[in-house]
Unconditional design. Sequence first.
Length: 96
Amino acid sequence: MSRSGSPTGAPSRTLDIPLDEAETVSIELEMLMADPSDYIELLKEGNSNAGIWTRLACEYWRKGNRSATNAICSAAVECTFSVVRGSKLPLTVEQL
């Protein structure tokens, strides 16, 4: 994971997460950490759109890490509903 002052022409196996107008974090998708907690916090901090959450979850799915995929999807749903409705979702992904 690296931080840069501005977005650059990233290779296709990099996920860029804009944190603000001046800072972007690039994640090397071939070298994902087993625990996605740090990535989830970055996505929350950057108020990332659904496409970024989905791409990260898909990468973990592709690598066979279903628990990380579930954690990312759960956080994305919780984050989305918190922002949109101002409250937490009453159900977890496991209950759906």
